[in-house]
Design a protein around this ligand. Structure first.
Ligand SMILES: [Mn+2]
Length: 329
């Protein structure tokens, strides 16, 4: 059996499946979760889908039936957990992991880990990791195809948005002819490109615009303009009414600047932690290496971490690591 057959065998033998994805979920995490949960349900399986932070407001249209909930709303046993788009178990969130233990007091469930992050820790009993895949949604789509699982318009739409958002709408370097072929197959299966793209790329609450205006004025340049750093403080959220999810993709505003090789986004969280997001435009400068040193991970061109401390201290520590990497390149 190849890995796909193994995964499908496990899924078909399961009595009850739980699908989970990482905290602060993006389009790929939610889209892949909605799609796999829906397809398996349509195939007659018993499926529950959780995300620690729930579905962000801007992605609610992907999940019209509210299939993805926060954890702890389920009493019952799972014999299979499928983690999507998540490099380490810890990234699933504390409450999610605790709720899984509570739901399965007698026997630990089997774990399937489906992901495309280079830093994936292979924490599953089965690990379907393809670091060449531009999105986890691509792997989920391949599974659905190979197994001949149902692919209705909602499933196709969720996969399309996941693929589109993780590739910067089919622009990043991992985008290949096969990615467009998958996009085409999803359109044939009922994904409405115009409608979905407007919902994803052409709509924002005013509070996000207000936050963006403030964050743009926080931008600082370092190392002869090679690095741009944007900082979001708690008071920026308080003053604008913005939510943490409103910072999504804000880093692309500074990544796009010609001189910038490394873009850094620093966000002060409520719990004394600081969230770090990084983007690299130089193939030789791997930001997942820098983020690994800070306890995080990701892809070579896009990575992140969380660290306890004051914003200024964490920012200076990260800038020192970036400086080191720039000098080596
Ligand atoms: Mn992804």
């Amino acid at each position: 059996m190849n890995i796909f057959e193994h995964v499908l065998f496990e899924i078909r033998s399961a009595r009850s499946v739980l699908i989970v994805s990482h905290v602060r979920p993006d389009g790929d995490a939610i889209g892949s979760t909605v799609a796999l949960a829906r397809s398996l349900k349509l195939a007659g399986l018993k499926v529950v889908a959780w995300n620690e932070d729930g579905v962000p407001e801007r992605l609610l249209f992907l999940d019209p039936d509210g299939a993805v909930t926060r954890p702890d709303t389920y009493c019952g046993q799972f014999d299979l957990v499928i983690a999507l788009d998540t490099a380490t178990k810890k990234r699933l969130g504390e409450r999610t992991l605790a709720a899984i233990s509570e739901a399965c007091p007698d026997e630990a469930p089997r774990w399937i880990n489906i992901d495309h992050h280079v830093t994936n820790a292979r924490f599953g009993d089965l690990n379907l990791i393809d670091t060449e895949a531009p999105a986890t949604a691509q792997i989920v789509f391949d599974l659905i195809q190979v197994a001949n699982l149902p692919l209705d318009a909602i499933t196709a739409g969720a996969l399309f948005v996941a693929l589109s958002t993780d590739t910067g709408s089919f622009q990043y370097s991992l985008t290949t002819a096969a990615t467009f072929e998958t996009g085409a197959a999803l359109i044939r299966a009922g994904a409405d490109v115009g409608k979905l793209s407007t919902l994803v790329y052409d709509s924002m609450p005013k509070r996000r615009f207000d936050l963006m205006r403030r964050l743009l004025s926080s931008v600082e340049f370092h190392f002869d303009g090679l690095c741009a750093c944007m900082t979001a403080l708690r008071r920026d959220f308080a003053d604008t009414g913005a939510q943490p999810e409103d910072t999504e993709d804000m880093i692309n505003l500074i990544r796009a600047i010609n001189s910038v090789v490394v873009a850094l986004f620093v966000e002060e969280l409520d719990d004394g932690m600081v969230r770090i997001s990084m983007r690299s435009k130089a193939p030789a400068l791997d930001v997942s290496m820098i983020c690994s040193k800070l306890g995080g991970g990701g892809h070579s061109a896009a990575a992140g971490a969380r660290k306890r401390g004051r914003v200024e201290d964490v920012r200076n520590e990260v800038l020192a690591l970036i400086h080191e990497s720039l000098q080596r390149n």
